[in-house]
Design a protein around this ligand. Structure first.
Ligand code: MG
Length: 240
């Protein structure tokens, strides 16, 4: 199904943007993913138009995200585990995942060629883009590992399986934003491409706003855009 393009975000909206796959195309090397040229300026201009009610919500660790998104914007990393207000820099050291979980995941990743473990503070991401046929095997193994770790859940994504604290959730994070200035009382719009964004879209819709799905796939969203390039055309038009 092809979803209609979203209306422009106008003052009165609170805009929440995913990063990977939404503001920038997904790449084999996650370190290579950056905003397009002029992107930071567009986000700043749009944030100003929306009274500051614009935030980037990412599964990346906040320290990693803050190298890619300017410090003068709201940023939430680790699916919302850590939030930085405009002008705020992240704490130097993240909290670590439980060592038993870290050890088991390290072993699992080492046993599958092409699988790669990325520790993101309390979140552990197992990437299998280079071993696409191993997804099911890895998921089964991870379910067993996580069943033994209190407070952790499995979060499947695009060619990635994450072990994350249950409260690291973009939906909960969006709701927390809506309780604080300058987001309070505004109509939330969540823009994202992946499973974790759907939690936040569901909350946005429940709060009277809407979701915007990037690319194909099952979604709560009533609106869609094809690609990050289309997202930027939409953002730039609204920022002018
Ligand atoms: Mg994404």
């Amino acid at each position: 199904m092809i979803l209609p393009p979203p209306p422009p975000p106008l003052p009165g909206a609170a805009l929440f943007l995913d990063f990977d796959g939404t503001l920038a195309p997904i790449q084999a090397d996650p370190d290579a993913v950056v905003l397009p040229e002029g992107g930071a300026e567009t986000l700043r201009a749009l944030a100003a138009k929306l009274g500051g009610a614009l935030a980037v919500l990412s599964g990346r660790d906040i320290r990693d995200l803050s190298q890619r998104i300017p410090d003068d914007l709201w940023r939430a990393g680790g699916h919302g585990l850590e939030i930085c207000a405009p002008g705020q820099t992240p704490e130097k050291q993240p909290n670590a995942a439980p060592s038993a979980l870290m050890d088991a995941m390290t072993l699992l990743a080492a046993g599958v060629e092409g699988a790669r473990l990325e520790p993101k503070g309390e979140v552990l991401a197992l990437h299998y883009r280079a071993a696409p046929d191993s997804g099911d095997v890895l998921e089964t193994a991870m379910k067993k590992i996580i069943a033994g770790v209190d407070g952790y859940i499995l979060q499947p994504g695009k060619m990635v399986l994450e072990a994350k604290p249950a409260h690291a959730n973009k939906g909960l994070t969006l709701m927390r934003f809506l309780e604080r200035q300058p987001f309070e009382g505004l109509s939330p719009v969540m823009v994202g491409d992946d499973a974790t964004d759907e939690d936040a879209m569901a909350e946005a819709i429940a709060a009277g706003g809407h979701g915007v799905k990037i690319g194909a796939g099952e979604t709560h969203a009533a609106y869609g855009l094809k690609s990050p390039a289309d997202v930027w055309r939409w953002l730039e038009a609204a920022a002018q």
